[in-house]
Ligand binder design. Structure first.
Ligand SMILES: Cc1cc2nc3c(=O)[nH]c(=O)nc-3n(C[C@H](O)[C@H](O)[C@H](O)COP(=O)(O)OP(=O)(O)OC[C@H]3O[C@@H](n4cnc5c(N)ncnc54)[C@H](O)[C@@H]3O)c2cc1C
Length: 434
């Protein structure tokens, strides 16, 4: 099975075309092989190259580096996420562990962009958990209590205020958190590629098909060649399962998103010239939506069980039509044909929402499964798995290790049936806000 991506993602198309691409064109050996060149793999490569200046490090990707989920996400670098519940102290302490990890993730991205002077349209604008449905007030009030206990600055906003801030009358209420950053995901991951140091070799369009362990080495087979490595780190996120990693603990989901062209000055004026903003849904399957700094609207309103390897154009077109309706509902005065591009991307989930950060076997490591928080947590986990694989410890690893471990998934076909049923149910519950 080959990973084939659409080439229609606006974020990626904003960037300059890269040159000097290298593929695996002969057998190689190395001390370190990193599989997957998204935020996780690139951050692992950056950290390994600092620790092992004289060792050979290869990072390899089945497609172009950064063009997986890392270059095609919605660009919310989050400090908090909204989950149902929060009724007991145990849940509160679990939630705190999650947000401690998010904070470290934000710190890791901040440190990277400061060190390398990265321009990725960073905006500490905060974020809205918004709903059109008054029935969601209870969820937001509960969420507010949790945030209060953990000292996250936030406020509940009503329709009038929201319509001024967002330029749409669609939402009836929202919880605004001051924390949370909006950024250009493509620019961030491109900077991670551009700043790889000289002792890291980046190989692209080279898919790992099979790997096996033989005493102290790991043999990795690609289409025509192989790499023999001493240590390997799997950073394939949505493809961890197909890489044979923690197969009973993670599964891929396919998300699709669309972005409009920039609104004209007249269109932008007609919606009240709002500042850049980002809205996350209150219910899991509602739409994530953003007004970017260049006056484009991004919408992401699907999460599906689908082949992670390819989405056909007709499938993507159907999802794009649903996103057109999502924009129309929120901005009825805008033209019908303003969507400029639609794309899909793969994320990885575990049953209990916990991430994978592990030594799988001697010299074999893996990090992934961040749900909707991979910008920060992927950057953090990439750096920290490199430390762990180098037998080093850190305060960050202690925080990561205190999270709950991912729980076992049911076997197939129960898993697929269960996930599909849950997604249909959640989509129904979110139907007003898709
Ligand atoms: C539409 C969408 C919206 C999202 N929105 C947000 C958001 O707003 N905020 C947020 O924090 N997160 C968001 N996410 C999630 C986030 O993008 C991911 O969690 C993050 O990019 C994971 O980074 P990664 O490096 O682990 O994985 P990826 O970026 O997926 O990189 C993994 C790489 O592994 C490669 N690979 C896989 N298998 C092989 C193989 N066999 N051989 C070689 N290479 C292989 C892939 O080609 C890919 O490039 C979103 C994701 C999507 C798809």
């Amino acid at each position: 099975m080959n990973i084939v991506n659409d080439n229609t993602c606006s974020w990626i198309n904003d960037l300059n075309e890269r040159s000097n691409l290298k593929t695996l064109d002969r057998d190689k050996s190395c001390e370190w092989l990193i599989v997957g060149a998204g935020y996780t793999g690139l951050s692992a490569a950056r950290k390994l190259s600092e620790i092992h200046k004289n060792q050979k490090i290869i990072i390899i990707d089945a497609q172009l580096a950064g063009e997986g989920a890392s270059g095609r996400n919605s660009g919310f670098l989050v400090d908090t996420t909204l989950n149902d519940g929060f009724t007991s102290n145990k849940e509160l302490s679990n939630y705190k562990k999650k947000t401690d990890i998010y904070k470290l993730g934000i710190d890791a991205v901040k440190k990277f962009i400061k060190q390398y002077q990265v321009d990725c349209d960073w905006n500490e604008s905060g974020k809205y958990f918004a709903s059109s449905n008054q029935k969601d007030r209870k969820i937001l009030e509960n969420f507010s209590k949790t945030l209060l206990k953990l000292n996250f600055e936030h406020s509940i906003l009503e329709k009038n205020d929201l319509s001024k801030r967002l330029g749409t009358n669609f939402y009836n209420l929202a919880l605004y958190t001051k924390g949370g950053i909006l950024l250009h995901p493509g620019k961030l991951v491109r900077a991670m590629i551009d700043t790889l140091s000289d002792n890291v070799e980046l190989l692209e369009n080279s898919q790992l098909n099979k790997w096996s362990k033989d005493k102290d080495t790991i043999i990795c087979k690609f289409n025509n060649h192989k790499i023999i490595t001493k240590k390997i780190i799997f950073c394939t996120n949505g493809f961890l399962r197909s890489s044979g990693i923690k197969k009973n603990y993670n599964f891929p989901l396919t998300l699709t998103a669309s972005m409009t062209r920039s609104l004209s000055d007249r269109e932008f004026k007609s919606i009240g010239e709002p500042k850049e903003w980002g809205v996350l849904p209150v219910r899991p399957m509602g739409a994530t939506i953003r007004m970017t700094r260049d006056k484009k609207i991004l919408i992401r309103n699907t999460a599906e069980v689908h082949s992670p390897f390819k989405m056909t154009k007709s499938y993507l077109d159907k999802r794009s039509s649903s996103q057109k309706l999502g924009i129309k509902k929120r901005f009825p005065t805008l033209a019908d044909d303003i969507i400029k591009s639609s794309w899909s991307g793969i994320v990885s989930r575990t049953r209990n929402g916990s991430q994978i950060f592990e030594k799988i076997d001697e010299n074999i490591f893996a990090a992934g499964c961040y749900n909707g928080s991979g910008i920060g947590v992927g950057t953090l986990f990439g750096e920290q798995i490199a430390l762990k694989a180098s037998n080093e410890n850190s305060a960050e690893i202690n925080v990561i290790n205190s999270r709950n471990n991912p729980t076992l998934l049911p076997p197939e076909p129960f898993l697929s049936i269960g996930v599909k049923t849950r997604l249909i149910y959640e989509r129904y519950r979110s139907r007003n806000d898709i």
